[in-house]
Design a protein around this ligand. Structure first.
Ligand code: PLP
Length: 357
């Protein structure tokens, strides 16, 4: 069987724990718990008949909308079937020889590089430094490197490198003519920190953004990349046609105009993230890391393993992410929990207290 590496796998959970779909509360994938905006639902249903047509291979209208909303130029944007497609596309197009990846982090960078037989140097973030990236350490590892993957906020640790420090790194990487892929899939709560507008100044910078998490549309598959127009052209040449389906393109156009949904989601997630972090910090047997995105990273301090905890919670319909398969993390010790609604968060907290205290 294909070894699926991520959270959010309902099919497997239902089969393994003998639970039904409506019993599941999914804390294992970091998706907006407010669900799909009602406006999007309406538009998708209205346009369902358009599935009998091929989607626009250039995604023109969706790109125009991204350009308007994020205030970036049209020719600096590429759309993908989720930002995951773009990770693979970038690796295929850049043909890097040696890549640096700070770990633990999102595993698809490594998979894409392995599929293309690219050599990887891993830079292990230190638990005693709370898994924070040290700019000096990363700069000291750049010799012989032609591409760096950096996830900010980082999945699974939730750590965040503020704009000022990131700028030092971006400048140094640019000076050395190394490509930097900055994955901002989880930056929506801190939009002002994003580097999407910086691609004008740094032609070796590629920003990845996802529209599946904050906008709650993982099943639709939609993400985008921002880079210099030259690099975007190269990526477009390599891309499979019609990779972004018709409904996904429609959704982009609508979701970025849904100001009400955006501000409600941002306000809700910022507040609920703090609540969940505070409550988790008070549970004996857990160390909670300060979150910067819509999930909390936790270390289990007692004897229970992450696998055992995951199983016990799953039997109650609560899915969490066991982080044992993240490279660079001690196995059986770390978990990741998405921020969900207050009612769901309280249910999780109650069960955690029963199991751990
Ligand atoms: C850090 C990070 N980047 C990118 C992705 C891919 O997201 P998508 O392909 O749904 O846009 C994920 C998914 O979990 C992720 O965690």
């Amino acid at each position: 069987m294909f070894n699926y590496l991520h959270g959010g796998n309902f099919e497997r959970a239902m089969e393994r724990y003998d639970i039904s779909l409506d019993e599941i509360i999914d804390f294992s994938a970091n998706i907006n718990p407010l669900g799909i905006s009602p406006k999007i639902k309406e538009v998708l249903v209205k346009n369902i008949d358009q599935l009998s047509c091929y989607p626009d291979p250039e995604c023109k209208e969706a790109k125009k909308e991204i350009s308007r909303y994020f205030k970036i130029d049209y020719e600096n944007i590429i759309l993908g079937n989720g930002s995951t497609e773009l990770i693979y596309l970038i690796v295929q197009t850049l043909k890097a020889k040696k890549v640096l990846i700070p770990i633990p982090t999102f595993c698809e960078y490594e998979r894409a590089l392995n599929n293309n037989n690219v050599s990887i140097n891993f830079y292990k973030l230190k638990e005693k430094q709370e898994f924070l990236i040290s700019i000096n350490e990363i700069i000291s590892q750049l010799v012989g490197i032609d591409l760096v993957f950096l996830c900010n906020p980082n999945n699974p640790t939730g750590t965040f490198l503020p704009r000022k420090e990131m700028l030092t790194l971006v400048k140094e990487i640019q000076r050395r003519k190394i490509f930097l892929v900055l994955d901002e899939a989880f930056i929506d709560l801190h939009e002002e920190e994003s580097f999407v507008k910086e691609v004008k100044n740094y032609d070796h910078l590629i920003i990845l953004r996802s529209l599946t998490k904050f906008f709650g549309l993982p099943g639709l598959r939609i993400g985008f990349g921002v880079s210099s127009s030259e690099l975007i052209k190269k990526l477009e040449v390599q891309k499979i046609p019609w990779g972004v389906n018709y409904l996904a393109q429609i959704a982009v156009r609508e979701v970025l105009r849904d100001e009400k949904f955006i501000s409600k989601s941002r306000f809700f997630l910022l507040k609920e993230k703090e609540f969940l972090y505070r409550e988790l910090s008070n549970i004996k047997g857990l160390k909670a890391y300060k979150p910067s995105a819509n999930f909390v990273f936790l270390k289990l301090l007692g004897n229970i393993s992450s696998e055992k905890l995951k199983e016990q919670l799953a039997k109650k319909g609560i899915l969490i992410r066991d982080c044992s398969n993240f490279r660079g993390l001690e196995k059986e010790k770390f978990i990741r929990i998405a921020v969900r609604t207050r009612k769901e968060n309280l249910k999780l907290l109650e069960q955690l207290k029963i199991i751990l205290m």
